[in-house]
Design a protein around this ligand. Structure first.
Ligand SMILES: *Cc1c(COP(=O)(O)O)cnc(C)c1O
Length: 215
């Protein structure tokens, strides 16, 4: 199946308002251009250096999303161009993004990453912290909190994934406003479960580009 066919197949399963982030980490510029040439414009990367380099090499109308763990000292490299940061996981990081946004005369859209998985190696705020973080962020003029992001436990246990996504969806429904309206859940293996549980932004890599050999 061609990349175009895979993209179309996924698009068909999404609701019309669901945003598809094509996760292009580890993919070559030529592979990304194949997806770009199908008309797709939203791409996600998880490493700052790779993101900065691809932003330089690829067309200007791409909307780049940062989906991986972000260290405060690297925010400055992506602040001039990043469209959405999914992986905001600390107040320290929020304050750095705010500072760099203001330096660049921008307001940077952010999602708060929420830790919903069983695994400790995943990042994110606890569900119980979210309302407080949103409150504290209101005074940061360079930040626009757009919603929440989460990753389910890496498991084949469908019930477990449903449980984790629905936990996140229920806090999302509580904080949702006309401004805070993005729920980023769902990857290649679980995006159908995610859209059943309130997702309106999915981050899909291997189902578009094929299997990945490195992380
Ligand atoms: C790699 C990655 C994805 C996409 O994973 P696939 O299984 O290739 O769809 C989604 N979200 C994050 C945070 C990732 O790091």
């Amino acid at each position: 199946m061609s990349i175009n066919d895979r993209l179309k197949k996924i698009q068909k399963k999404l609701k019309s308002k669901t945003v598809l982030v094509a996760v292009s980490k580890t993919r070559k510029v030529s592979e990304i251009l194949e997806v770009y040439n199908c008309g797709h414009r939203v791409f996600g990367e998880n490493k700052v250096q790779e993101l900065v380099q691809k932003n330089q090499e690829l067309p200007n109308d791409i909307k780049w999303h940062m989906i991986g763990h972000l260290q405060s000292n690297k925010v400055k490299y992506i602040a001039p161009f990043i469209d959405l940061i999914h992986s905001v996981d600390s107040l320290k990081l929020l304050s750095e993004i705010n500072k760099r946004a203001i330096q660049n005369n921008r307001i940077i859209d952010c999602l708060l990453q929420v830790h919903i998985a069983k695994e400790d190696n995943k990042f994110g705020f606890k569900i119980s912290q979210i309302t407080d973080v949103i409150y504290k962020t209101q005074q940061l003029k360079g930040i626009n909190i757009k919603g929440l992001m989460g990753m389910a436990t890496f498991t084949n246990n469908r019930e477990r994934i449903i449980y984790e996504f629905s936990q996140l969806n229920s806090i999302f429904q509580k904080i949702k406003t006309s401004q805070i309206n993005v729920l980023s859940i769902g990857m290649s293996s679980d995006y159908l479960i995610a859209i059943e549980n309130g997702s309106n932004m999915v981050r899909i890599g291997s189902a578009i580009f094929g299997i990945r050999r490195t992380s």
